[in-house]
Design a protein around this ligand. Structure first.
Ligand code: MN
Length: 321
């Protein structure tokens, strides 16, 4: 069974060097632990894929806090990272594909870079890391990026990022050891924030402005499948400006990957809310091991038809692979 994963990360030496001093030490330690795997776009990555029967990784730049750099530096760094990713995909066309990295400090240049990546480098979309200097992507300044994604007919993968300093202190401060850091990130905060970010995009009217826009989110839907009915009911009181219900935007514009979530209950919830056509298998390599994801996939309590959709069919259709 062909297996495709699409929240799989890499880094460049230049980007890690440029951003390390801007990241919290705990985040740097986290990246350090898997740095060799992030930097490898060749044989050892492929060996790790082979060990878990993964045929194709759609690669994206890891979250390195690029929005903390000034715009022109970040724009140059992502241009170079996209070129390196394109080289890897050219060297191993059966094994790697790409999502463009963009520097959103300069939205017009980011839109042009997305176009270059899709048209010239053959990339399949873009992966963006949550907020930009604490600003959510429903802000009008980011319109050119969504405009480009819709015009190019490629999805935008929304990935979590570290919370703004004030949020970190108010919500996650005063806790023992690194528990606050982990609560702010992969244990909880990332997912709560990204789910809320998606609801912001919906209530802002983004999908009325871009009715063909497609968004991918990881981590089994960032808690939205579990909570969308209540959000829909409550927001219905105050969303007369929207053409559709909140839950309809969610079910019609969003695709969900399994990255980092390898237990069955949230998958079943997501199946019931979204259906098997909108669920795509992913790992979150190298932060999650390929073999853990593979074992989870193999044991899924779904039909052979749905297994085919989740492991490769939906990705092939959505990304035109
Ligand atoms: Mn990730």
């Amino acid at each position: 069974m062909r297996t495709i994963t699409l929240e799989e990360h890499f880094a460049t030496v230049e980007i890690l060097k440029a951003t390390a001093h801007l990241q919290p030490p705990a985040r740097n330690d986290f990246v350090k632990a898997v740095e060799a795997k992030l930097l490898d776009l060749g044989k050892s990555r492929i060996a790790d894929m082979d060990a878990a029967g993964i045929d194709l990784q759609v690669l994206s730049l890891t979250n390195a806090g690029l929005d903390k750099l000034d715009g022109s530096a970040a724009t140059a760094l992502v241009h170079d990272a996209n070129d390196k990713l394109a080289d890897a995909a050219r060297a191993y066309p059966q094994r790697f594909a790409g999502f463009a990295a963009l520097a959103l400090q300069e939205p017009d240049k980011a839109a042009a870079e997305l176009e270059r990546c899709v048209k010239k480098l053959g990339f399949k979309g873009t992966l963006l890391h949550g907020t930009v200097k604490g600003v959510f992507l429903d802000d009008a300044r980011f319109t050119p990026v969504f405009e480009a994604a819709q015009a190019l007919d490629v999805p935008v993968y929304l990935h979590p990022t570290l919370p703004p300093k004030e949020v970190e202190e108010a919500y996650f401060g005063g806790l023992p050891g690194l528990t606050g850091f982990f609560l702010a990130t992969a244990a909880w905060g990332w997912h709560a924030e990204l789910g809320m970010h998606c609801l912001r995009l919906i209530v802002s009217g983004l999908f009325d402005r871009f009715p063909k826009l497609k968004i991918i989110i990881g981590h089994m839907g960032e808690d939205l499948p579990f909570s969308i009915a209540r959000a829909d009911a409550v927001l219905a009181r105050e969303t007369k400006h929207l053409q559709r219900r909140v839950s309809e935007y969610f079910q019609q514009h969003f695709y969900i990957t399994t990255s980092g979530y390898f237990t069955v209950p949230p998958l079943l919830c997501t199946m019931q809310v979204m259906g098997a056509d909108r669920i795509l298998f992913s790992i979150d390599y190298p932060y999650s091991p390929n073999t853990v994801g593979r074992n989870f996939l193999n044991a899924l309590p779904v039909s052979a038809e749905d297994m085919g959709k989740i492991s490769h069919g939906n990705a092939e259709r959505l990304l035109k692979l």
